[in-house]
Design a protein. Structure first.
Length: 507
């Protein structure tokens, strides 16, 4: 039985940004010890509400109470002292520091002489990472870690606070199914300790596996709060978008053309690592008008393949890459872009958006020559290019002069894809492109990819969600520890067959 006094009670909470009402008259309760899912489309207000709860946003209307007492935090430290911590969707780590230093940042352990006790912090961090069933070394620099591993460091940081209320904002967005299953085991242990969890996710499977109750936000308002057993995924999706979500139909089978890209015996060294190779002897072809998927567990080499094709690899690669039959070897992404290969990165915050620039400038930055007249950039032409792409991609924004950071994660991603489409690429590389995007926006991105493909573009896409690859792809390659272990045509592929190849039959 829940306590008669709710742990958290929101009362008429409203938050306005210039030109946008992010939250309007939000009122509902959170019970102690429950896992309460907060769902809604991108821009529905989920993250804004959680930022108020965690002290990130301090200026808002209305009020909320904690254990029956009205509170108004002046910053995140107040929230931490009250037992509240948040794991942000956009990771909040210092890349130049180690995993251990990030976990204890601002709360560093010290020796009796007042010096930093790195050894004690590494020991404590190591225990937390073991609890997460994670093999990150505490002394590893965060900038050396993949996004999924960085996510686990963020989770370990929250666990180190011995929090009573844990907010998880899309915690599995960068994790494969195996890593997500590991996280779910950690969540079960936290709940056994009595930790209350507020869980934001677009993944209905997770929501209905984990949640006790589900609150739906739409356009900044709370639509409804329902017990999990009293609803289903279809109803929740309908409440999120205000309409029934139709199944994604991408039309008739696509007709692929000539080979546009070929990879022969691609290998990428892994200096100082016991495995020695990030990629080893990878071979495949991509045809015009084809979507080629790459599946695999975290660390399998999915991102590394795309980085090699885009000239973003740090180690010298071995093997050969042929673009339209000609051997190419890019030493910088600019060379790849000029040749017609572009990459939408998985790490939107660090490598995707220019946070200090507008929506329009983020879109046109790679194709300013198109807006130039006599060698000078025409602002009118640049605005026209940006406006056209915002319309084409369905980017929800107050205008092209708005800050890119004022957009939801999904709309930022659509702007980034639009940026690269302005360069008219021959090959589009998409690294987990719908990470953090809601169900409605995903369908839009799928249709954009399908249209581009039918217009003759070759697309390579990675995803941590196997159903996504099964919907999108004409063929799927499977990697395990840097090696290509299987290739499936659309009619041959299934989640079970892909997972078997991704784990080499291991359980």
């Amino acid at each position: 039985m829940p306590s008669p006094v709710p742990l958290i009670a929101f009362q008429h909470v409203t938050k306005r940004f210039p030109g946008v009402v992010a939250l309007e008259d939000i009122s509902f309760d959170i019970h102690a010890g429950e896992l309460h899912a907060i769902v809604g489309e991108n821009g529905a207000g989920k993250s804004t509400l959680m930022k108020i709860l965690s002290g990130v946003i301090t200026d808002y209307e209305g009020q909320w109470s904690l254990r029956g007492q009205a509170v108004r935090f002046q910053g995140t430290r107040d929230a931490e002292k009250a037992g509240i911590s948040i794991i942000h969707q956009e990771l909040n780590l210092v890349e130049e520091l180690s995993a251990a230093a990030n976990i204890f940042l601002g709360r560093e352990k010290r020796t009796a002489l007042g010096l930093l006790d790195d050894r004690a912090m590494e020991r404590a961090a190591g225990k937390l990472l073991v609890e997460l069933e994670c093999h990150i070394h505490p002394w590893q620099l965060v900038q050396e870690l993949r996004v999924g591993d960085q996510q686990l460091v963020e989770i370990a940081k929250a666990l180190s606070l011995e929090t009573e209320i844990l907010i998880m904002d899309e915690p599995t967005s960068a994790l494969t199914e195996a890593e997500a299953a590991r996280l779910f085991r950690v969540i079960a242990r936290l709940r056994a300790r009595g930790v209350t969890i507020l869980y934001i996710s677009h993944k209905m499977g997770e929501v209905f596996r984990l949640a006790d109750r589900i609150s739906v936000l739409r356009d900044g308002r709370r639509v409804q709060t329902l017990p999990r057993e009293a609803t289903n995924a279809r109803q929740i999706t309908h409440l999120m978008v205000g309409r029934e979500m139709e199944a994604v139909h991408l039309g008739n089978q696509r007709q692929s053309g000539a080979v546009v890209l070929e990879v022969r015996n691609l290998s990428l060294p892994w200096t100082g690592h016991a495995r020695r190779w990030r990629l080893r002897d990878v071979n495949f072809q991509l045809r015009r008008g084809e979507i080629l998927g790459i599946a695999g567990l975290m660390g399998a080499g999915r991102t590394e393949i795309l980085e090699c094709l885009f000239g973003a690899n740090l180690e010298p690669l071995h093997g050969e890459i042929l673009l339209e039959g000609h051997s190419v070897r890019f030493t910088h992404p600019v060379e790849a872009m000029r040749a017609g290969i572009v990459l939408v990165t998985e790490d939107r915050k660090r490598l995707g958006v220019f946070a200090d620039m507008t929506v329009g400038d983020n879109i046109t930055i790679c194709d300013l020559a198109e807006a130039a007249v006599a060698g000078l950039v025409s602002r009118r032409s640049e605005r026209r290019l940006a406006d056209d792409m915002v319309l084409k991609m369905g980017v929800k924004t107050a205008g092209i002069h708005a800050s890119i950071t004022s957009l939801s994660g999904g709309n930022q991603q659509k702007a980034i894809i639009g940026r690269w489409l302005l360069t008219r690429p021959k090959v589009l590389l998409l690294d987990d492109p719908t990470r953090g995007i809601d169900v409605g926006a995903k369908a839009e991105v799928y249709r954009i990819m399908d249209r581009l493909c039918r217009d003759g573009m070759g697309i390579i896409v990675t995803s941590s969600e196997l159903p996504e690859l099964l919907i999108l792809c004409d063929r799927i390659l499977v990697l395990c520890e840097g090696r290509l272990t299987a290739e499936f045509a659309r009619h041959e592929a299934s989640e079970q067959r892909i997972m078997e190849a991704a784990t080499l039959g291991q359980t």
